[in-house]
Design a protein around this ligand. Structure first.
Ligand code: FAD
Length: 437
């Protein structure tokens, strides 16, 4: 384990509010973002109810949540937006490669145009600099947002503190990444460069055809994201939190209160509602009149149940666009981006591609097991939405974490609890405002 990164910012404990200021809060969604909001709200003294049709509780299927199937990295190096300068020119090459990291449903392109237009605008160099500074600030607060929840729930043993590796096939590819590595370093990301020989010693299971690697020293990974989420939910219940199994259709005003409606009935009521339903948050926000430029970036995973021992830490070849993460249940190959929204099923040729490429990267893999499709809740500028609804100040939006929700869930929870409690927020939330597009 490495010593704590000096750029990580500590936060004073969240004040426990006097009884008279405590609220009843309904959190819609029990992914990493919703559960983190619920736990931080509880720490401030609020009475919290979480609504989710499939919460992370024993015996309940949790596959609908992105928090179930991700690459499991708490990615302390993730300070760069997805839309980087040059992305527009790179897209045709990525799409023409069947084994590439990007695919889309062509028929959906017209509907995606507003999102794509904002995405392209976010890739301008000045925007990338601005966004990187905001992500850097969030990442420096990540430990302060997440570690107290891990400790409180006794989940330390589920976190592997090994760092993670980016691997480069050629010295030229590594050289080409220097500018982005420098941008990360400027945000306090700690990295170590490995030469080919050292990489072979540290990851003997990886095909020995990589020239260089970069280890992100502070990155951690989860041993089992589903059980991690169950641990958080059980901790929430132990501390008096209520979980209601319901798919919320709308948030409605009931005099001074706000209600979560499911099946035409009020299923939970509070002084405040937090919308944290991941990629499905857009419709709920729209029920209040908020039009938010949220879309889903589809991502896949393939599990190799016999192969959890083959790597010592998560490994990502940026050319293939997915991580190989060793977990208790096996080796999980997870990532890629497919644009096409929420409605369509898993496309087997994408998981077949992930399986094929994984076998190339880690020779001798055993049979593949579970395949999974999930939905990243993505904003075009790679920044989450954290802030009060423009239509109703008694509703707080907390979604849109894209590729880094597992990482940023904890600090999002803390920021939402600060907003709900009326105390100064630990960072300026203006760049994360719901109405920024
Ligand atoms: C392949 C892949 C790899 C990834 N790898 C990483 C990684 O390594 N590191 C990282 O930081 N991030 C990663 N991510 C991103 C991360 O998984 C997401 O950003 C994060 O899980 C989003 O959390 P969430 O709580 O917002 O949404 P979700 O986890 O999707 O949870 C939303 C919850 O809301 C519930 N819900 C939906 N609709 C309703 C409703 N109407 N009423 C009530 N509840 C509802 C759902 O049932 C679900 O439980 C990855 C994502 C994918 C797809």
């Amino acid at each position: 384990m490495v010593s704590a990164n000096p750029s990580f910012e500590a936060l004073a404990p969240l004040p426990l509010l006097p009884e008279s200021q405590r609220k009843r809060v309904v959190v819609v969604g029990a992914g990493i973002v919703g559960m983190s909001c619920a736990l931080w709200l509880q720490r401030a003294g609020h009475a919290v109810t979480v609504c989710d049709p499939t919460p992370p509780l024993p015996g309940v299927g949790y596959e609908a949540a992105a928090s179930f199937g991700n690459s499991c990295t708490i990615a302390y190096g993730a300070v760069l937006p997805v839309a980087m300068p040059g992305i527009t020119a790179a897209v045709p090459r990525m799409l023409s490669n069947r084994d590439g990291p990007l695919s889309l449903f062509w028929g959906d392109v017209p509907g995606l145009l507003p999102w794509l237009w904002s995405f392209i605008r976010a890739s301008r160099p000045s925007e990338v600099q601005r966004i990187t500074a905001v992500l850097g600030q969030l990442i420096r607060l990540t430990a302060a947002g997440l570690e107290p929840l891990i400790e409180q729930a006794g989940l330390q043993a589920r976190v592997r503190r090994t760092g993670c590796l980016y691997v480069y096939r050629t010295a030229e590819q590594f050289e080409a990444s220097q500018a982005t590595l420098q941008m990360r370093a400027e945000q306090g990301v700690r990295m170590q460069v490995l030469q080919a020989a050292q990489l072979r010693v540290e990851e003997p299971g990886l095909k020995p055809d990589y020239a260089r690697a970069v280890r992100f020293l502070d990155t951690c990974s989860l041993d089992d994201p589903h059980h991690f989420m169950i641990g958080l939910a059980q901790d929430f219940q132990r501390r008096g939190g209520t979980v209601v199994q319901a798919a919320v259709e709308a948030v409605s005003r009931q005099g001074e209160a706000r209600a979560a409606i499911a099946g035409g009935q009020v299923v939970a009521q509070g002084d405040l509602v937090v919308i944290a339903a991941g990629a499905r948050s857009g419709r709920l926000a729209a029920s209040l009149g908020d039009r938010i430029r949220l879309d889903a970036e589809r991502g896949y995973h393939v599990l190799f149940p016999q192969d959890g021992h083959r790597l010592n830490s998560p490994v990502c070849d940026p050319e293939v666009g997915f991580y190989l993460t060793p977990l208790g249940e096996g080796l999980r190959a997870a990532g890629t981006v497919e644009l096409g929204g929420l409605g369509k099923p898993l496309r087997p040729h994408r998981t077949a591609m992930i399986e094929r490429v994984s076998r190339r990267l880690v020779p001798g893999l055993g049979p593949a097991g579970r395949t999974w499709l999930g939905f990243r809740p993505s904003m075009p500028d790679s920044l989450p939405v954290i802030g009060r609804s423009p239509s109703d100040p008694q509703v707080i939006h907390a979604f849109g974490h894209g590729h880094v929700g597992l990482t940023l869930g904890g600090i999002t929870g803390r920021l939402v609890a600060e907003l709900a409690s009326g105390v100064p927020t630990s960072m300026d939330l203006a760049p994360l405002a719901p109405h920024r597009f």
